[in-house]
Ligand binder design. Structure first.
Ligand code: HPA
Ligand code: ZN
Length: 339
């Protein structure tokens, strides 16, 4: 074991991100640049002033600013630049693989065609694979504050691009919008061949996690923090090894936890849950992958073995092939051994 710092250990470790909203990577500097070239106004005078607005008491306060920010994205180049900026950033953090969400309705409702959005994102992802060596899966997420008909409409719009989309997800305002609202859309999406995931148990109750499992038949839960309130649910998640994509800095910024010391990640690992660490909306929550790992590592005094277990989980819980998963897990094992 070399005597390297925990920061260096985390930074050099190969890892995958499984919970990332591409619209949530929109850094203020790029937002101002794109707004200017599109002749759009941002209701803040400067990057600093905008950053000062990033103080949230709950999910909805964040979502209001997140959707407002996304309004300046218009052209295919805008979506390319947004995605490329994210990939460049995480490339420096030794990210090997990413499974990212995009929210088509945030754009199509403003008159930006579905094809413009997905082509920009996809071209950047393909370039990232080729030039940076970051593999990817793309997940189309439905906005749960909108109705079922709107989600069906979006699923229809996605059909010409079906081969570019690996799965569907469910995000936006959780409370009052249970997974069951989208039972039929998810059934159709599954029938079409998409994998399915859903945000559940971030602000919503543990019953929403049961619904995501039993009604939407998801094979991964985004967040899932509130599972810890229901030990029968914990047993089910552990037994089935249903992955949870945790987002520590997001949880802190949206007051899902009051302090990172209260974060459930280690307690969940102790319960044999397949948990992963992710950044959610890093431009808004103060950190990308390494900052999220470091946050919990420090607050919960985690060992290198525990951190490597999280990285291995990230590959295990991914949609890579079994062979690819095995290769990546061996890489993490070798990394741990060497450090
Ligand atoms: N929760 C729900 N919707 C979201 C989130 C989140 O953390 N981030 C972006 N959209
Ligand atoms: Zn999310």
């Amino acid at each position: 074991m070399k005597n390297i710092s925990i920061e260096e250990f985390i930074s050099g470790m190969p890892k995958a991100e499984l919970h990332l909203h591409i619209e949530g990577t929109f850094e203020p500097e790029l937002m101002f640049e794109i707004a200017k070239r599109n002749g759009k106004q941002i209701p803040y005078e400067s990057v600093d002033q905008l950053k000062k607005a990033y103080k949230f008491n709950n999910l909805q306060e964040f979502l209001d600013i997140y959707y407002a920010g996304a309004n300046v994205l218009i052209t295919e180049q805008d979506f390319y630049d947004l995605t490329w900026a994210y990939l460049s950033k995480v490339h420096q953090e030794n990210l090997a693989h990413t499974e990212l969400f995009f929210d088509p309705q945030t754009h199509t409702d403003r008159g930006v065609p579905f094809g413009v959005v997905i082509k920009g994102i996809r071209n950047a992802l393909e370039d990232g694979k080729e030039k940076l060596g970051i593999s990817y899966k793309l997940i189309m997420s439905f906005l749960r504050h909108l109705d079922e008909a709107a989600a069906f409409n979006t699923l229809e719009e996605a059909m010409p691009y079906k081969d570019w989309i690996d799965g569907v997800g469910l995000d936006s305002s959780e409370l009052g919008n249970p997974p069951s609202k989208f039972e039929r859309v998810f059934a159709k999406a599954s029938a079409v061949g998409f994998r399915v995931v859903a945000h559940a148990g971030e602000e919503g109750p543990s019953s929403y996690i049961w619904e995501a499992l039993d009604v939407l038949h998801v094979n991964r839960i985004d967040h899932g923090n509130r599972a810890m309130e229901d030990m029968d649910l914990v047993d089910r998640l552990a037994e089935m090894q249903i992955p949870l994509t945790l987002c520590p800095l997001s949880n802190l910024e949206l007051k899902v936890v009051q302090h990172l010391k209260d974060h459930p990640v280690v307690k969940m690992m102790d319960k044999n849950l397949l948990v992963t660490v992710n950044s959610d909306d890093p431009a808004y929550f103060g950190g990308y992958m390494n900052a999220n790992y470091l946050g919990v590592a420090k607050a919960l005094n985690m060992s290198k073995e525990q951190l490597a277990a999280l990285a291995k989980n990230s590959f295990k819980a991914s949609w890579l092939s079994d062979k690819e998963k095995e290769e990546k897990i061996l890489l993490v094992d070798a990394y741990l051994k060497a450090h």
